[in-house]
Ligand binder design. Sequence first.
Ligand code: CP
Ligand code: NVA
Length: 306
Amino acid sequence: MEHLISLNDLTLEEIEQILNLSEKLKRQQKEGVIHHHLKGKTLGMIFTKSSTRTRVSFEVGMYQLGGYALFLSSNDIQLGRGETIYDTAQVLSRYLDGIMIRTFDHSDVEDLARYGNKPVINGLTDLMHPCQVLADLFTVYEHKGTLKGLKLAYLGDGNNVAHSLLHGCSKVGMDIAVASPKDYMCNEKIVEEAKEAAKISGSKVIITEDPVEAIKDADVVYTDTWVSMGQESEKQVRLKIFEPYRVDENLFSKAKEDAIFLHCLPAYRGYEVTEEVIDGPQSVIFDEAENRLHVQKAIMTILMGK
Ligand code: CP
Ligand code: NVA
């Protein structure tokens, strides 16, 4: 494992390695054990979109591992004024031990990895959010004690988070059902990749327009904003189209009785999920947010600790 760009690039063993190390680092941190696996190392964090969790968890994680993280807003670095990814990758590779990037075009992340020579971590693109989904899998594991054989239902926009859930669930042997409106369904290539992985792990991939079909008997119910970063001008249209996909108490009751609720956050209460569900007893959103820290520490240790 050289980079973390797409979960489709990871083997089941690599995913398990990340989850096992996350568990160990979390336990050690709670016991007050110092684990400076990245002493003297630096991580550059390029952001061309906003962030609360990703930024803070990477920065704090790097500090806890004994390293240093630099926040590089695209408004402040020359990338935002048109310097090429090629030059940026070459230059940053001379200073840093790793680069985390959150941006729009997925190909920019791939180019950063191609042209630089340091590990690149995808902190979200329009296409994928792999760090999020590794934290989600870890959270499910903590609450359910297993992953294989469970069913996750994702209701809403078939974009970045849904794509990484397709990759992640299908690799670890979880069934995944994604329900989205007709024109907002997941990328077909990613669905095919997930179906291929599901053949190997023995799980199922269901893509539907019907939220009730997707949520039926789910162990994990997941949703995300209906208006992702960069889609603000489509807000009014989207709010109407996504209305039937709101996770309210009625829809949530069709999942298993002991289902847990996940949301990558930020959440918009009253839109994709009601307060009763997201603030209810089956919601584990803040464990999920906390786990971004532990899982990313594991990812950075594996990629940058060599
Ligand atoms: N879930 C997530 O990536 O949150 P931020 O946008 O706050 O980083
Ligand atoms: N789908 C959301 C995820 C935010 C973490 C977005 O891209 O804005």
